[in-house]
Design a protein around this ligand. Sequence first.
Ligand SMILES: Nc1ncnc2c1ncn2[C@@H]1O[C@H](COP(=O)(O)OP(=O)(O)OP(=O)(O)O)[C@@H](O)[C@H]1O
Ligand SMILES: N[C@@H](CCO)C(=O)O
Length: 360
Amino acid sequence: MGTPTMESFTIRTPCSSANIGPGFDVIGLALSVYLELRVTIDRSKPSSEHPLNCRVTYEGEGDEPGEIPLDPSENLITRAALYVLRCHDQRAFPVETHVHIANPIPLGRGLGSSGAAVVAGVMLGKVVGGLDHLDDSRLFDFCLMIERHPDNVGAALFGGFVGTYLKPLAPEDVARVEIPLSEVLPSPAGGVDTGERPPEPPFGIGHHIKFPWAKEIKAVAIIPNFEVATAKAREVLPRLYPIQDVVFNMQRIALLPVALGQSPPDPELINLAMQDKLHQQYRQTLIPGLQEIVDSMTPATQKGLLGVCLSGAGPTILALATSNFEEIAERIIARFRKENIDCRWKLLEPAEGTKVIKTQ
Ligand SMILES: Nc1ncnc2c1ncn2[C@@H]1O[C@H](COP(=O)(O)OP(=O)(O)OP(=O)(O)O)[C@@H](O)[C@H]1O
Ligand SMILES: N[C@@H](CCO)C(=O)O
């Protein structure tokens, strides 16, 4: 049998909440809002009129004209796919590829929209390139060359509640992962296509371990109506930390995976385990009301609540709870309203990792 002329498949990638309090750049939780890439490849066409043989369409969050680029050489998803393809000597998408992006993940809110886009894009490169030998751990290397903290991409790729870590690399590989992103993922990708291979990721940059998650625990995401770019939220962090703050987080991160895996959950233990001194206090300059929300919302004051933290780089607040979800969300929304910030909220559950579903 020859290659079918029409091929279609869907790539489904969850959103994620990184850090969960003390686990800065380490812990990630995949959650039940899914980015979908609906892909068709029409091999019957002799050539394509679209740049890089790829037509991109988009619906969902940020679908105002110009917000998400539809040029495949500028869109984050297709650039990530091209990075994988070009590392395997394929310069463009197969003729003719259509990628429809359906994205319900709010952009720049701390729910891992860029991590999902990178993971979905890398998976897209694997599938359209017929690169079956790339397993998930190798795809993780490609993701980490693009998004360099492993927590969101680890959760989006592998699913569930994960701890992620980077292994020490050989000196020549250290230099490779420090190659500026502009060289890994030039934008626009087409404009600087010299025909050369981009820098390939070293093997085994990142790893993950899955933690148990108690079935009673749900995640309430309270999503303010403004964006905080992750890059900006990382700039406000100090370069050096007081040793007592580092020890504070280490004590809590040792508790967190155990506390969230125990059934029935222990609210006091979880509340303690979700405290942080490495990122949240610095990010409150970008997120009015953050510190007061984190300090005031406790299981003692709020029935059903287990703990509250900033989701990723924010501004979304993540409340873990077993009941009274709406009441918990409304209380946090009321606090943001005092700052003239409107919010929406979603009740979410842990999600599976990235899946490719063949549709034809
Ligand atoms: N589906 C998508 N398609 C193309 N680009 C996207 C998509 N999703 C996100 N992006 C890009 O990623 C940017 C948001 O990334 P950023 O890292 O600032 O926030 P985030 O990933 O939503 O939050 P966090 O990393 O804190 O969880 C968007 O402004 C957009 O440029
Ligand atoms: N760990 C990252 C997650 C955001 O992408 C941060 O907090 O900056």
